[in-house]
Design a protein around this ligand. Structure first.
Ligand code: CAA
Length: 705
């Protein structure tokens, strides 16, 4: 079957892109489109052309897999093809449905008239692939929709609804019907335009959208300032702004050339490679080799959540946000009332920011029911336990759930560290038990670490992976170990951050380096946000269990314990590693500095100047090293799964592709050698993992593991 199907509707030629699943504009499609434009332009039996996509969408843009490859010489770039399409004398109409993204929207903008069906998403998301719309999008969208709208859409990469696109003038006609109705309307529009005999309305020849910015060129600098925080460390967003700016100062042909040159600079850079890796990693994560895509799943029509604290409340919101009724259990009515009130306050805060309607809040609150008796969960399809992190408490609870819940229920635990197999052993149905580790705040963070126990049934895994998607989360399947993937790696990172402080750095130095690297915050601001008391209690328990701090290893909690002894639990107490005058902004605190200096002395460290490079390597290389161990042990299926965990659970920058991909870009040999040096300088906990050493010796990366 041809990559571009041609049909006739009377004197209208209908071109259907045919490249499932998303009609990506790969070589055969471009070749087909190019040839059709040439042929139809000369065909005396054709008055006008309609372009659409066969299957479930119009077109999701360039075929991302082709980036970095060289097309056959005769296949022209999309930009050139669209210049010819736009220049046609015969009217060209786009019949848009499903998705018009990236090159897909650029194709539509190259047409003279755009008809769009319902439930359609349109946009230029290239920036999230580390590139810019390279086929005229930065030149045509501002001409059609205005500079402000184009800047916002191109720099955010946001896809907008057909209604928003219509309001912005991006589409000319909305059709309420199925694909056939959209095509019929487009054919009718094409016939009308051909009959009118007026010259086509070419996006590239329009100037109305540019006027406002031409009269106010400082708009671009203002925009750059407004995006500085979000775009830190990246090139693509700034290149997008430069291109839109060029649209306001250059003739179309020059602007298109400028855009092309900027595109070429970006497409093979590490930023774009990292973001392409992130794109495919997020899709790969759903594929589990021994749980095929056709594994049956269990219907999930409602849920139960046990515990209505910070995590439980957040998880309940996640279900309600996805439209699933959820019963929340607390043993005491007062705790339940407080938890439900907190949920309501959370929603109310979103309403007050204008990001949720009151009606929608009421609908979601209506889906949440509180109860104090476990028997209320008798008919529930999935139960997520989010109680205190204590094995005995969890086992006792699962034994009770085993008695109360219907057969076939999925029993999930939100434990962040404990052994899921041991929890499962408290039931008579370990095949139905799985970990669903949400990340705090559960209603915001997109990651779900789905923890597969030794006996978890394939059907349960398939159901929970599917459920993650329904809940708007990215589910990553991991195995059982202390801390699973994310927290096990985090532990290495936090330990080194603490040691660096003992040796000479200050929390603000470390946080600055990590923030500049691209994480949303450094380790100390993160601990202050999460609450320093959590780790403190765990350390106290461990010390009690071991009968004192281990004498054969360096203890990382010395300063953290002193901070907690003073009640400095973080943001919630107004003070932690930093002080929080306004409640949220971390400010260095001389009192903390004094504690740090005094502790260094006690521990016998002559404080030294620590470079930013050392901070970065000491914090991140051990984290990567632990990732290698996790991979080697089969706790994660792929290195790219670990990247997804870190991007969605901890905000590791997408433009670095996640820690494992980032390590590959540094070179594993460098990482292994540095870890060997750290092992000598610091201690045995820094020893490089066997997998890291092997890959480094073979000149390979984690992507090859
Ligand atoms: N190129 C290659 N493959 C693509 C693709 C693309 N543009 N878009 C999606 N796919 C693949 C996915 O990898 C996935 O493959 P597998 O089934 O093998 O995993 C499959 O198509 C289905 O994709 P999703 O699972 O993402 O499907 P969805 O229905 O959830 O989402 C979508 C559909 C909204 C279109 C989403 O796929 C998407 O956002 N795609 C990328 C859109 C994009 O970024 N386009 C810009 C491309 S760059 C460009 O166009 C440059 C230019 O200037 C010419």
């Amino acid at each position: 079957m041809s990559a571009v199907i041609e049909e006739r509707r009377g004197r209208i030629a209908l071109l259907k892109l045919n490249n499932p699943p998303v009609n990506g504009l790969g070589w055969p499609v471009r070749e087909g489109l190019d040839a059709a434009i040439d042929r139809l332009g000369k065909d005396a039996d054709v008055d006008a052309i309609v372009v659409t996509g066969d299957g479930r969408m119009f077109c999701a843009g360039a075929d991302i897999r082709e980036f970095g490859t060289t097309p056959p010489e005769h296949v022209r770039g999309l930009g050139k093809i669209l210049t010819d399409l736009e220049a046609m004398e015969k009217p060209v109409v786009a019949a848009i449905h499903g998705v018009a993204a990236g090159g897909g929207l650029e194709l539509a903008l190259g047409c003279h008239h755009r008809v769009c069906g319902p439930k359609t998403k349109l946009g230029l998301p290239e920036v999230s692939l580390g590139i810019l719309p390279g086929a005229g999008g930065t030149q045509r969208l501002p001409r059609v929709a205005g500079v402000a709208k184009a800047l916002e859409m191109i720099v955010s990469g946001r896809l907008v609804s057909e209604k928003e696109a219509f309001k912005a003038g991006i589409v000319d006609e909305l059709v309420d019907g199925d694909v056939d109705a959209v095509i019929d309307a487009a054919v009718a529009a094409a016939e009308k335009l051909a009959a009118a005999g007026v010259p086509p309305r070419r996006s590239g020849e329009r100037s109305d959208g540019l006027k406002e910015a031409q009269g106010n060129p400082s708009l671009f600098d203002d925009f750059r300032k407004s995006m500085a925080k979000r775009a830190r460390g990246m090139n693509a967003p700034y290149a997008c702004v430069r291109c839109v700016e060029a649209a306001t100062t250059m003739a179309l042909a020059d602007g298109l050339q400028y855009e092309r040159d900027e595109f070429v600079k970006l497409v093979d850079a590490i930023e774009a490679k990292s973001m392409r890796h992130a794109f495919f990693a997020e899709r790969e994560v759903a594929k589990i080799p021994d749980v095929p895509a056709d594994t049956p799943t269990r219907p999930i029509q409602n849920a139960g959540v046990i515990g209505c604290g910070t995590m439980g409340g957040g998880i309940a919101m996640v279900f309600a946000n996805a439209g699933l009724p959820v019963t929340v259990i607390e043993s005491e009515q007062s705790a339940l009332d407080a938890g439900l009130e907190k949920i309501a306050n959370n929603y109310a805060a979103t309403v007050s920011k204008g990001r949720l309607s009151q009606e929608e809040m009421d609908r979601r609150m209506g889906l949440i029911t509180g109860a104090t008796d476990l028997t209320e969960l008798a008919a529930t399809d999935i139960v997520v336990e989010a109680v205190f992190e204590n094995m005995d408490v969890k086992k006792e609870l699962f034994a009770r759930l085993d008695k109360v819940c219907k057969p076939g229920v999925i029993l999930a635990t939100n434990t962040s560290t404990l052994d899921v197999d041991e929890i499962a052993s408290a039931t008579s149905r370990p095949q139905d038990v799985i970990g669903t580790h949400f990340f705090s705040p559960a209603n915001v963070m997109r990651l779900m670490e789905n923890v597969r126990g030794e006996k978890t049934a394939d059907e349960v895994i398939a159901t929970v992976m599917k459920l993650s998607k329904t809940l708007g989360k990215v589910g990553v399947l991991v195995g059982v170990c202390h801390g699973f993937v994310g927290n096990r790696m985090l532990h290495q990172y936090l330990r080194e951050a603490m040691f660096l402080v003992e040796e000479g750095a200050l929390p603000q130095d470390i946080d600055r380096v990590i923030y500049d690297f691209g994480l949303p915050m450094g380790p100390f601001a993160m601990c202050d946000l999460a609450g320093n008391d959590v780790g403190w209690r765990v350390r106290q328990e461990q010390i009690k269990a071991q009968g004192g701090t281990p004498s054969n290893a360096r203890y990382s909690g010395t300063i953290a314990d002193k901070i907690c002894d003073l009640g400095r639990f973080g943001q919630k107490t107004g003070k932690g590693w930093f002080k929080y005058g306004d409640g949220r902004t971390p400010t260095p605190d001389p009192d903390v500095e004094a504690i740090i200096l005094e502790t260094s002395k006690e521990l016998g460290f002559a404080r030294r100047e620590i470079s930013d490079e050392e901070i970065l390597q000491r914090c991140l290389y051990p984290l990567v090293n632990e990732g290698a161990k996790i991979l080697d042990e089969g706790i994660a299926l792929r290195a790219s799964d670990i990247d997804v965990v870190w991007m969605h659970g901890y905000g590791f920058p997408r433009f670095r592709g996640g820690p494992m991909f980032w390590a590959d870009t540094i070179g594993l040999q460098t990482i292994a050698e540095t870890m060997q040096r750290f092992e000598k300088e610091q201690g045995p906990w820094m020893a490089p993992s066997p997998l890291l050493l092997k890959l480094a010796a073979d000149g390979k990366g984690f992507g090859d593991a």
